[in-house]
Design a protein around this ligand. Structure first.
Ligand SMILES: Cc1cc2nc3c(=O)[nH]c(=O)nc-3n(C[C@H](O)[C@H](O)[C@H](O)COP(=O)(O)OP(=O)(O)OC[C@H]3O[C@@H](n4cnc5c(N)ncnc54)[C@H](O)[C@@H]3O)c2cc1C
Length: 681
């Protein structure tokens, strides 16, 4: 560590072999694997070569998010139902736009990583024979899903953090990412490190406003999804991610159009999937002040049986899915909830009462549910009188988690909305999770490894697998020493000077605050880039997003003190990320993209959503465009290009295939011993 005065600022330089930006389940796991691979290779003091840098140890989706029983989707462990990596991969690629090599690796290494977590102390449940118990999500035959309770990903990060601390790997907490340092060009382009602004004294004793530079031979980006892009979001507050910076540094992104949206509580952000819906609560709306209760769902269903069964099905058909709307499918509920909130009304789940229908409907009767719902509840012994009793019987921790946040489901209704929850797309990676820039790896939700749809729980599996793969490659291919040339140092100093000069100018800027800018971005993204999309509207929003970026570039943002500087940097990065996402959406719609994954595309000539959901302007039933299945074999890439009018360029590539041929043992062993496996890209 050394310090240098750059401009008016004292800057501290830290040098490592590998830095990991982000301390969620993915980042922590990668640090653990890096240490273990280095130790196995006999590298001295691995803990001095690795560092974790994060905006907040307690922030991010892994630490703060979950559901009724947060799912970890792994290869099946049932003693009598066979499963295989290829079967696992086929599920991941089924809806298209997914690289088959990544999917197969996520299958092959799934159990290795699952047992790694078990070894780290995550309490996944077993039976008395030691079988890790699984359950089915969306009818997968192999019972691949498991859970350590509502807070699975929190336990994962905590257990892995303990291991990181046991190994003595340093964690730099409360570091606001300001810039990725880029050196070289063309094939020798590298991300040499990250500049951060210290947010304050909590962990380090450093004063707010202190500048740090973390230089490394390898950079692993593990900063999670861009949750703050959306106003209506179940991502934890403060989850900004690093997409704007990564894209500007030149990393290619894939499938940015594909995010997941679904029903979640908003006062305390939590998914209301699984047993929350399987308990079949009443769903009602009120006006903004909480008056004028209305059981609005009933107006759109022909019978109590269909309505109550749909509420049940939302449990394991949780993400909004345009292919589950027709014929009163369960995703009609998301549309109706959204419709109601669009009118300025608020929507609630009420666990104290069963669903209430119209006067012409039969009252709720659990025996009258469709067999799929009734049999499930009967098998679970959950045929009690009220939803709260059924929920308490099936999953008491699901009630406790709300109690921990001062919401008592026994006595009050739970406000919900259709929220942004996960980004299936992200930064492009190869089969070692290396990005389009060598020596920079992207793991966890930041990596765009999922296709159009993913089974619930596969995000956590992918995050662990990515960390393992990146660590293995780094240690076996990129040596053990930190290295930077004098030429790089000049380029690095220049970029830091430019950054500090920009912030100096911003200290005199006026106009809208960074918070107001972030709010504008979030409103726009929720309106035009969430689960309901329309081409003209998205194009208009893209234009506004580009304008905002140019305004920030030319006029800056007011940033007079350290807190304001951090907020301004976040707003700047988020503004650029929003352009990338909107550009990807507009481009795909222009390529005749239809409704798929977790969003629907409105179109006057499409499939009616429901005869009674009408376009307020024309009075015609609102309709959506079906999926264009031809696009399943095209992965959209998005790349920053300042010379483009839209700041980004989109192209299509064909998904990579997976090699399924087997080598016999001896040649494969030789390749392994000689490191040939790392050259086979
Ligand atoms: C409500 C909810 C329920 C979910 N349920 C499931 C489920 O059941 N199964 C499943 O598989 N997945 C689920 N997911 C998704 C899953 O939780 C996430 O994809 C996963 O936890 C992401 O892990 P990560 O390590 O990539 O990122 P995160 O856990 O989000 O961690 C990001 C890290 O990066 C840091 N960071 C962020 N921005 C910056 C920055 N600009 N500079 C520096 N550091 C930064 C953060 O402080 C944090 O340390 C759910 C998500 C939500 C929101």
């Amino acid at each position: 560590m050394d310090t240098k005065k750059i401009g008016k600022q004292q800057v501290t330089f830290h040098r490592y072999h590998t830095i990991i930006v982000g301390a969620g389940a993915a980042g922590m796991n990668c640090a653990v694997h890096l240490y273990e691979f280095m130790s196995r290779k006999g590298v001295e003091a691995p803990q001095d070569r690795i560092a974790i840098v994060t905006r907040g140890l307690e922030l991010g989706a892994s630490r703060m998010s979950g559901s009724d029983k947060q799912t970890y989707y792994k290869q099946g462990t049932s003693p009598n139902v066979p499963d295989c990596a290829k079967g696992f991969a086929d599920t991941l690629t089924a809806a298209g736009c997914c690289h088959a090599d990544l999917a197969l690796i996520e299958g092959i290494t799934s159990l290795r990583e699952f047992y790694h977590l078990v070894g780290a102390g995550v309490a996944f449940p077993t039976d008395s024979m030691g079988t890790f118990i699984g359950y089915k999500t969306d009818h997968d035959p192999a019972e691949r899903a498991t859970s350590a309770g509502p807070k699975t990903s929190k336990f994962m990060s905590e257990c892995l953090q303990k291991q990181v601390q046991r190994y003595g790997i340093p964690i730099f907490d409360r570091q606001e990412a300001a810039q990725l340092l880029v050196v070289g060009a063309g094939k020798s382009k590298r991300i040499a490190g990250i500049v951060t602004a210290e947010a304050g004294p909590r962990s380090s004793g450093a004063a707010p406003g202190q500048w740090n530079v973390f230089l490394a031979t390898n950079v692993v980006l593990a900063a999670g999804g861009p949750g703050e892009l959306y106003r209506t979001s179940v991502y934890p507050a403060g989850q900004f991610g690093l997409h704007g910076l990564a894209l500007k540094a030149g990393l290619a992104a894939e499938n940015l159009t594909e995010s997941q949206f679904g029903l979640a509580s908003t006062k305390f952000r939590w998914n209301v999937s699984g047993t929350y819906m399987q308990a079949i609560p009443r769903i009602f709306s009120t006006d903004a002040q909480g008056r004028q209760e209305h059981n609005f769902l009933a107006d759109f269903f022909p019978s109590m049986k269909t309505m109550a069964t749909d509420i049940f099905l939302k449990g394991y058909q949780w993400p909004f899915d345009p292919q589950k709307i027709e014929n009163l499918g369960s995703s009609l509920i998301d549309v109706l909830v959204f419709n109601e909130t669009q009118k300025g009304r608020r929507v609630f789940l009420d666990f104290r009462q069963n669903p209430v229908g119209t006067r012409t409907m039969q009252p709720f009767n659990i025996d009258e549910l469709a067999p799929e719902a009734f049999n499930y509840l009967q098998d679970a012994g959950a045929l009690q009188e009220t939803p709260i009793e059924r929920l308490a019987h099936m999953n008491p921790p699901a009630i406790e988690i709300y109690k921990e946040h001062n919401i008592d489901l026994y006595h009050e209704p739970l406000e919900i909305a259709v929220c942004a929850q996960h980004n299936n797309g992200g930064l492009a990676v190869n089969k070692w999770w290396e990005s389009s820039i060598p020596h920079t790896f992207v793991i966890g939700e930041m990596a765009g490894t999922h296709g159009v749809k993913r089974p619930g729980g596969s995000a956590l599996n992918a995050g662990q697998v990515g960390g393992l793969r990146a660590a293995e490659y780094i240690v076996n291919v990129y040596g053990k020493d930190a290295a930077h040339s004098a030429q790089d140092n000049e380029a690095i100093d220049r970029q830091i000077q430019d950054l500090l000069g920009k912030l100096e100018r911003w200290s005199r800027a006026s106009g809208r605050t960074p918070e107001e800018v972030v709010e504008e971005i979030r409103m726009r993204m929720t309106a035009s880039a969430a689960h309901i999309r329309e081409e003209e509207d998205a194009r208009k929003s893209l234009g506004q997003a580009i304008e905002l970026c140019k305004h920030i570039r030319d006029k800056g943002l007011p940033a007079q003190d350290p807190q304001a500087i951090h907020a301004a940097l976040r707003a700047e990065h988020l503004a650029l990320a929003s352009v990338a996402y909107l550009k990807a959406i507009v481009d795909l719609l222009e390529q005749d993209g239809g409704s798929r994954g977790s969003y629907l595309v409105l179109s006057s000539h499409g499939i009616p959503i429901h005869p009674d959901i009408r376009n307020p302007a024309t009075g015609e039933p609102l309709a959506f465009k079906p999926e264009n299945v031809k696009l399943r074999d095209n992965i959209q890439q998005t790349q920053y290009d300042e010379s483009e009018p839209d700041l980004f360029r989109c192209t299509f590539i064909t998904p990579r295939t997976a090699p399924l041929g087997r080598k016999s043992f001896e040649p494969a062993w030789r390749e392994y011993r000689e490191g040939g496996i790392y050259r086979e890209l």
